[in-house]
Design a protein around this ligand. Structure first.
Ligand code: ACO
Length: 345
């Protein structure tokens, strides 16, 4: 009888995890709002063209939340879908982590609002702010709670209502972003390697390159800050682009090195869905084949912390990731922040 060849990758965690507990992603789920905003719609709003947006970004359309639909609503729906997949009941969840830069309000945290919406009364809850890198930051934080035996079941969500902080008069940014949420259930699953390794990084000296300048304690909201449109995303696109390519590539190389893997051994590569040219530049540097790469940017746009979470769920649903496959995630976002992970599915 033919048996599958034994994989020869290394799990760096195995040497450090004295109780052999790891965080495995036992299920994923995602949600995007029904309303679709096309490039043709944007042509009516700002001086742009479908052709410019497609050639410079690769984006054709994005989903936009209803005015009354909040980040926590989308997060809760993605969570319900992941919980249904995992057959996890609300009361089994020990911890809820929500990665977002568009919380419903400054406080309480969006994670607390999600806890109420899904009825996870036993769960502790807090938000993680690492911009577009937030979901991978969340996976690592959740994994640490499982490894330390503090938690058995952790719900990690990336969720954004970026339409609420996009300046719809700024053509440099408004064509890029969309709304949505993705969720993962982490548990210690014996016999599964789960998250083999996660690498995280940050460079706070570049914070002003991509930010929302006002609305925090430095520049509290005032008539002046509103008039100056300082509650919307400000971005130096070229600087962001350059740093994103370099950091996503370096982070991916680091996790491959730790697992003693070659890129050719990875079945599915999911980069942060920010810009097709960033994805292609990172893919080219890593030597990724087209059949390894997963891209949904054309339909979803850049959903920041939700980006790789939604893509992961879609890749699983489409059969692009199967049990035993190795998955590489690599991300970059405001802060700057970045990260990469290798997952054994
Ligand atoms: N439609 C038409 N023209 C436009 C548009 C638009 N939507 N936006 C900009 N332009 C114009 C500019 O005004 C400029 O015109 P000018 O030469 O007359 O001044 C021209 O197009 C070229 O602009 P560039 O900024 O040079 O265009 P570039 O090729 O750099 O593309 C872009 C801009 C798409 C924003 C690119 O820099 C980019 O993708 N950067 C990274 C953005 C990103 O990924 N951000 C998020 C990552 S982190 C996170 O997710 C929060």
């Amino acid at each position: 009888m033919n048996s599958a060849p034994r994989k020869t990758f290394k799990n760096p965690r195995a040497q450090h995890d004295f109780r052999s507990r790891t965080g495995s992603i036992v299920a994923v789920g995602s949600y995007v709002p029904a309303r679709v905003l096309t490039n043709a719609d944007l042509e009516k709003m700002v001086e742009t063209s479908n052709e410019w947006i497609i050639t410079r970004t690769g984006i054709r359309e994005r989903h936009i939340a209803r005015p009354d639909e909040t980040t926590s609503d989308m997060a809760a729906e993605a969570a319900r879908r992941a919980m249904a997949q995992a057959r996890v009941k609300p009361e089994q969840i020990d911890l809820i982590l929500v990665a977002t830069v568009t919380p419903d309000m400054l406080f309480p945290s969006t994670a607390c609002l999600v806890q109420e919406k899904i009825g996870a009364r036993r769960a502790a809850a807090f938000d993680i702010e690492a911009a577009c890198s937030g979901f991978i930051y969340g996976l690592e934080v959740g994994q640490q709670f499982i490894m330390s035996q503090s938690c058995d079941t952790v719900l990690v969500i990336g969720a954004e209502k970026l339409s609420s902080i996009v300046d719809w008069t700024d053509r440099n940014t408004c064509v890029l972003f969309g709304d949505g949420a993705g969720a993962a259930i982490l548990q210690n699953r014996p016999g599964s390697h789960g998250l083999l390794t996660v690498h995280l990084g940050a460079d706070g000296s570049k914070g002003s390159v991509l930010c929302v300048p006002s609305g925090g304690s430095r520049n509290p909201a005032s008539a002046k800050t509103v008039a100056a449109r300082e509650h919307f995303i400000r971005m130096d696109g070229k600087e962001t682009f350059r740093n994103a390519v370099q950091a996503m590539h370096a982070a991916a190389i680091e996790v491959l090195r730790r697992c003693e893997l070659d890129i050719s051994q990875i079945q599915c590569v999911i980069p942060h869905q920010a810009n097709r040219r960033i994805i292609d530049a990172v893919g080219e540097r890593l030597g990724v084949r087209p059949d390894q790469l997963f891209v949904n940017l054309d339909r979803i746009g850049n959903t920041s912390a939700a980006s790789v979470a939604i893509a992961l769920d879609e890749a699983v649903a489409q059969g692009r990731i199967r049990q035993g496959d190795l998955v590489l995630l690599t991300v970059f976002g405001g802060g700057f922040t970045w990260g990469a992970a290798v997952i054994e599915w």
